[in-house]
Design a protein around this ligand. Structure first.
Ligand SMILES: NC(=O)c1ccc[n+]([C@@H]2O[C@H](COP(=O)([O-])OP(=O)(O)OC[C@H]3O[C@@H](n4cnc5c(N)ncnc54)[C@H](OP(=O)(O)O)[C@@H]3O)[C@@H](O)[C@H]2O)c1
Length: 240
């Protein structure tokens, strides 16, 4: 794989001490601190695009926008738009136009397939929303039924999205990890233990085959403690 054709991909997540990312799939993860939210905002501000899975959007109904004036100023100086492109990954296109996400002041894209795109457009049509000439997304990136990640990332890099953050959830992270497409990961280890039976793990184990069960990370790039949380930045793969 020619790494130079790929954007830089960083995963960013908060995890419980026992490796869970939420209480259940339908629930937003609200167990990290305001420092973690500020950290997430900084990391997002360094990106040209961020990607999240449809279940994550279903759980939150909204996305994190950059509000910190210093971060906005820095983006302006670097001739970047105020907000990175927010890319929702959904094979089904089964999303809700009433979510606050669609009213947030940010550029949006849908990464889907022909069926998913048609489902979304049909839904808008049925709610007479298409008549307002709104598709709610500025861009549609189309792939096969299952996203071909390498192809998609190469396309994004060619469109000048050089730095991309993957914000979860487990299914999305797993599909990229499997293909060795994540460069590094920021984890915020939070002082909670989640005992719920169906609580999602950092990765979705069902998406891995036998023999794919051990991923050794290269090294720690940064490590700090703020309050009772540990912020750790791991290198997953070397570029060359
Ligand atoms: N702690 C944290 O930092 C953090 C961050 C983000 C999310 N979360 C939590 O994570 C949970 C959601 O995670 P999750 O694993 O259930 O779901 P997810 O990865 O957010 O979303 C899964 C959905 O995204 C689409 N998708 C993902 N990968 C795909 C692929 N390779 N090809 C095509 N479509 C793909 C599909 O959408 P369709 O179903 O529409 O086809 C799939 O059902 C929530 O509880 C949320 O709170 C936690």
């Amino acid at each position: 794989m020619n790494n130079h054709l790929l954007p830089h991909v960083t995963a960013i997540l908060a995890i419980s001490l026992n490796g869970k990312i939420s209480i259940d799939t339908n629930t937003p993860a609200r167990f990290s601190s305001t420092e973690d939210l500020a950290h997430l905002e900084v990391q997002i501000s360094l990106c040209d695009a961020i990607v999240f899975g449809a279940n994550t959007l279903r759980a939150y109904g909204t996305s994190l926008t950059i509000k910190n004036p210093q971060l906005l100023e820095r983006r302006k100086k670097e001739s970047k738009p105020p907000q990175p492109l927010h890319i929702v990954c959904s094979a089904s296109g089964n999303l809700n136009p009433d979510w606050s996400f669609f009213a947030q002041p940010l550029p949006r894209a849908l990464l889907t397939n022909e069926i998913g795109k048609n489902n979304w457009l049909k839904l808008l049509q049925s709610q007479k929303l298409i008549a307002e000439k709104k598709t709610f997304f500025e861009h549609f990136f189309l792939s096969n039924n299952k996203v071909k990640w390498q192809e998609t990332l190469i396309k994004l890099r060619a469109l000048k999205y050089h730095k991309i953050a993957i914000l979860g959830g487990a299914k999305l992270i797993s599909s990229l990890l499997k293909e060795n497409l994540i460069d590094d990961i920021w984890l915020t280890v939070c002082p909670v233990i989640i005992g719920q039976e169906d609580a999602p793990n950092l990765i979705d184990n069902s998406l891995f085959h036998e023999g794919e069960n051990l991923f050794k990370l290269k090294k720690i790039l940064e490590l700090r403690q703020i309050g009772n949380e540990i912020f750790v930045h791991y290198l997953i793969k070397n570029r060359d």
